[in-house]
Write a protein that binds this ligand. Sequence first.
Ligand code: MN3
Length: 198
Amino acid sequence: MAFELPDLPYAHDALADLGMSKETMEYHHDIHHKAYVDNGNKLIAGTEWEGKSIEDIVKGTYNAGAVAQSGIFNNASQHWNHTQFWEMMGPQDGMPGEVEKALTEAFGSVDKFKEEFAAAGAGQFGSGWAWLVKDTDGSLKVTKTENGVNPLCFGQTALLGCDVWEHSYYIDFRNKRPAYLSNFLDKLVNWENVASRM
Ligand code: MN3
């Protein structure tokens, strides 16, 4: 099935008061994400990947250790990443007890989790993502990945992801990636969605 750009799960200006402006959403969703969808569809047409699920395409085209991943991988993974990212944000009602408990058990406290996640995102050199994942042994871990690489590549479940490509924060935070990350963790995360992924 061809890739399709999903609608945002909220209005373009829904997160503006929380630190992600309408302008960022218009560029990030309507232009950047759409480009991954369109380019992915062009590259996949006529190949063995046509008609395959996006998860199969991401896992099947990931080439561990490759400096530059294939065009199909890059576009498919970024389409998947952004689809998750939109769902992982939203006006929030606080953190469900089960998430607080799991983070406290794994990291010592919610604040310690946030410190580790923010450090991973700030420490990713160049473009990439910071993640909270459920690893193959069931444990929760914070990871960072370059470019479009994501937890699917390692058999992990993505519980939370933050896009640290400059296009995600430059309009609202300019070069201040750490400020973007702390705002993301404190105001933008839809913890109900994180709970549903656990
Ligand atoms: Mn992005």
